[in-house]
Design a protein around this ligand. Structure first.
Ligand code: BG6
Length: 478
């Protein structure tokens, strides 16, 4: 379904994120027939370029980052014809009058700030000065949204000077992932799970986001951030919120975001003994973390595992174990809800004790599994085995499931439609930093150092111990 005509300006239009994600995503939406007649996409950056050069840049980006996505030549020609470029100085006056003249009256204008956070304030101010900040204007900002509570508040303030909260779209691309949205459908669209979704029935929940890549040429940024700021404060926190939140009254932006905020505020401070940090070692041709970031003294973590508690009625007593890291064994992200054992077993001891596990696989092989216990087939008496009720989306839903839009496609279109449900509100981001800050401050005060771990492993052994000592274990990263 096409959306209403819009103008979309991508500040940082020649940058890495624009090239890898934003522009290829827009092209795929164009091919899907979602761009209305008269839409304009305008790249804006400091580089000297004209429309024709920008179109070449975008064609190359699509070739490089859209894999084998099939498209027709006429789609490519059509898409290129709605692309424009204006050289703009975020900190000066150059290009702003031209940009304002390019905007068409009475239509949605979205400004994507695909730039470092230090430019958010200056860009917002200039949009205002040059008459581009009205009620039709929407601002899209990327992480990192600050590096602590103070800087996040400052960013929120600098946007709030010129825009209302309902005009600000803070992207966490994990919220645009298909399975992450499915999490809400599973919880709130079925009768089956919700009655069991609490500490009475759930033993613990584990969230793993394992990556095989290293810091990928982003060493300078990453070494100042680390896994806590780069992944936990935002992506893992959002997953935790969706798993743990109370049912919102409606699937509407503020109803959902109010419930997520309550989860973050219910998080207990974390005991330093419940956190394991790691740094990957070199392996063969692959460099160590310290070499990748070119900082032999670095104490930044490329892996982190933590055990968390929520102080509320639903979850008191059920721990949440989170872990994420780079250069791990496999690219594998999943949430596992591990239910308690039955209160009493009617079977012999040799039947064993079993648990139901609901696994939500974010990537790869997006889908959902429910491990159920059944009798092992055969004459050998009552032996129990766990078998998965497997709902891999591509198998269950056919080829349509393979066409699922990538997170950025969905999120950018949501901006144009004016739907903030999958975006973070300012108070959520601040609450997440308020929880993160004391943890990081603790490491700094104590001079904590991360533990080395092997490339291709599941992180430092101490991370395994974090669960073993509670009589639990991590699911395998594969
Ligand atoms: C980004 C982080 O936000 O998410 C990266 O900055 C990380 O360090 C990436 O690699 C992971 O995203 P995805 O979609 O590949 O899981």
């Amino acid at each position: 379904i096409p959306v209403e005509a819009f103008d979309l300006v991508v500040f940082g239009g020649t940058g890495d994120l624009a090239r890898r994600k934003i522009l290829p995503a827009l092209f795929r939406r164009y091919c899907a027939g979602q761009m209305p007649e008269g839409a304009q996409i305008i790249g804006a950056a400091r580089s000297e370029m004209d429309d024709a050069q920008f179109r070449v840049f975008v064609t190359e980006a699509i070739a490089e980052f859209n894999g084998d996505f099939p498209y027709k030549d006429e789609d490519m020609q059509g898409f290129l014809s709605i692309l424009f470029y204006i050289t703009v100085d975020a900190l000066g006056d150059r290009g702003w009058t031209e940009l304002a003249a390019k905007m068409q009256a009475d239509r949605v204008r979205a400004f994507y700030f695909s730039v470092g956070p230090s430019l958010f304030g200056p860009l917002a101010e200039r949009l205002h000065t040059y008459g581009m900040a009205d009620m039709n204007t929407r601002i899209v900002v990327e992480k990192p949204f600050g590096r602590d509570l103070e800087t996040a508040k400052e960013l929120n303030r600098s946007l709030a000077d010129h825009f209302d909260e309902h005009q600000v779209y803070r992207i966490d691309h994990y919220l645009g992932k298909e399975t992450v949205q499915n999490l809400m459908a599973i919880r709130f669209g079925n009768m089956l799970f919700e009655p069991l979704w609490n500490s009475q029935y759930v033993d613990h929940i584990q969230i793993t986001v394992a990556e095989t890549v290293g810091v990928q040429g982003r060493g300078e940024y990453y070494d100042r951030a680390g896994a806590m700021r780069d992944m936990v404060q935002n992506h893992l926190m959002q997953l935790l919120c969706l798993i743990a939140m109370e049912p919102p009254s409606r699937f509407e932006p503020d109803a959902v975001r109010d419930e997520k905020l309550k989860v973050i505020r219910a998080l207990d401070p974390v005991d330093p003994g419940d956190i394991v940090r790691g740094q990957y070692r070199a392996e063969g041709e692959r460099q160590s973390y310290l070499e990748d970031v070119e900082n032999p003294q670095s104490t930044t973590e490329s892996f982190i595992a933590l055990k968390l508690h929520l102080s509320n009625w639903r979850w008191a007593g059920t721990p949440f174990y989170l872990r994420t890291g780079k250069r791990m064994r496999a690219r594998s992200s999943e949430i596992a809800v591990v239910f308690k054992e039955t209160p009493h077993s009617i079977f012999d001891e040799e039947a064993g004790r079993h648990r139901n596990i609901l696994t939500i696989r974010l990537q790869p092989n997006e889908g959902i599994d429910l491990d159920v216990t059944i009798k092992e087939p055969g004459p050998g008496g009552m032996r129990l085995v766990d078998v998965p009720l497997d709902m891999t989306f591509t198998e269950a839903l056919g080829p349509d499931a393979e066409q699922v839009p990538d997170a950025y496609e969905r999120l950018i279109m949501d901006v144009v439609r004016g739907n903030q449900t999958l975006f973070m509100r300012g108070d959520e981001v601040e609450a997440a930093w308020a929880w993160t800050d004391p943890i990081i401050a603790g490491w700094e005060e104590r001079g904590d150092k991360p533990l080395p771990y092997d490339t291709g492993s599941s992180g430092p052994v101490d991370a395994l111990a974090l669960m073993h000592r509670d009589g639990r274990r991590w699911r395998e990263v594969r």
